[in-house]
Design a protein around this ligand. Sequence first.
Ligand code: SF4
Ligand code: SF4
Length: 687
Amino acid sequence: MSDVKLWDFHGGIHPPERKALSNRTPIQPAPLPARLILPLGQHIGTPAEPIVAVGERVLKGQPIAAASGRVSAPLHAPTSGTVGFIGLQPYPHVSGMLAPAIVIDSDGLDEWTTLEPCADYRSLEPALLLERIRLAGISGLGGAGFPTAMKLTARPQEKIHTLIINGAECEPYITADDRLMRERAAELVVGIEILAWLIQPEQVLIGIEDNKPEAIAAMRTAIGERPFSLRVLPTKYPSGGEKQLVEILTGQQVPSGGLPADIGILCQNVGTCVAIHDAVLLGRPLISRIVTLTGEALARPMNVEALLGTPVSELLAFAGLDETRMDRLIMGGPMMGLTLPSLDAPLIKTSNCLLAPTRSELPPPPAALPCIRCGACADVCPASLLPQQLHFFTLGQGHEQLKTHNLFDCIECGACAYVCPSNLPLVQYYRAAKAEIRELEQKQHKAEHSRRRFELRQERLRKAEEQKEAERQARAEKAARAKAVEAESASVPHQEVLPANPAAGFSDLQKRLKIEASMAQVALKKAEKQLAAHVTAELEAQVAELRAAAEAAQKALAAATAAAPAGADAALKKAKIELAMKRAELKKAEKADADETELTRLREALAGAERNLHAAEEASDKPAPQLVRTNKRPLDEKLRALKTELAFARADLRKLERDEAADPPALESARTRLAEAERRLAEHQSE
Ligand code: SF4
Ligand code: SF4
């Protein structure tokens, strides 16, 4: 293997390895805890959803929470017992936060559920094989925690040509993978075979740092004649970083912001491969993991296989923790691990190490000083970033500059902080900035989503309002038309003059403009009233708008009227009205038995009105009205004389009655004359 070409990645450091502390003894089974705390979110993605209830008995390996989405993973009971609680529980995080979890009270029997082993995985369809891995709840055991089945589901455009198995385990102190490779190489190799069967890559490369000779030897033996290429890497931190390992083994660089899959490469951790073996061949879900218990505060540093959910306090006690000597507790290694504020947190799928150092072993960093721009951080950054620039931008919250300077390519390896002469806690700055940017982007995404929803709602409301307004206008126009027709017919007595065309008088255009003008006027008046009651800028603007609209409507009407074929329409109408009035006056006078002089005058006036109407009709384009005469008997001369006598008799009597000094016999005579005149007229009319 020595002639196999390897590449190097930029930067990197060589911190004290301290692996010998824990890698000398075989993996021990951790004691069965009385209570297990299973956080629902032990992986990258959406937390699982509980499928058991408090008080329910569960068996070891039984599903207790289902994956809730594409990027999610189910959870299984690590031992048999009873679900004691579902709710917030301690979670392994620097903040000491609580997180939703299922608590199982162990019954001490450790009784397995029924498993479904599969000796010949090649007999399974790839989809079924993948489903087994998915249902086993496996997520990356190297520390990232990405659901494995999801990672194996390559996007259609990706053809994975290289499968890389990560056995580098480059972080100081951690030896879980080392012991795993030494002791379970056979299962590990079968796990790799299953992956290779599933992915069908052109090559399988296994990378192990040269500080693990026993693991390398064990793996060589287990691989045997299989076409897997084991490559021994020079020890350098962080060669186990996914992108760094890809570069060491293939010479290819994963593009900024991208994944190895973007260049046809898939990486899996050795622990994950063993979990795949267990899931497929034995039917066992992921309920335990190998974890390194190390640090000088422990009497017996070692690796244990512990059930997920075991409180870290119990694991440390098993390794002989002397709390008086422990300076702090780190979950993970000294470079990338998280300092836990309490020992109550449980072991989860991504916990590869519990480090309990003494103060002299890992002294707390001295106080930070200002950056002196020495550039040492940039020299060691394996992602080829400019850590000092990133630090500068984090101080000023220059989110855009941070993104431009590829903050999200930072793997938080801590190499920059390790060499910084100013003791700047650079990784903490980067983590905080990443969290801030993610939160801000989430907020922006939410705000954008809300804005779009608001705009759509406004658009819906606007359309509904327009629809209502159109309907209201249609109703108003209809009512105005009906009113106009009614007014017109009232002005021309229909029993006398019937228009040949009922629509005659106004053209359709004029009618519409007239309605519009009157509606605009009404709207203006209403808005003016509102403005008088309550002055607002909005109402003022509305009134101004309506006034302009009303004036425009009035102008349009005036223009249409002027352009009408006969301002003549108005003259015709006037003549009709005049005729009707003269006719009405004459009728009234006849009824009142007016004297002949008056009747003659009115008859002449009526004849004049008729002449005017004919003239107006000729001047307009409208057809002549059909004049319908009522059948009236002509007045005869005797009747006229009798009526005249009656009128005179009545007038004389009224005159005498108004005169207080009138002679009574003269009054009596006048009454007799009137009575006689009435009698004679009645007699004549009854003939
Ligand atoms: S190593 Fe520290 S002091 Fe030097 S440039 Fe980087 S951040 Fe500044
Ligand atoms: S923590 Fe980030 S910036 Fe610092 S060396 Fe590692 S990758 Fe580079």
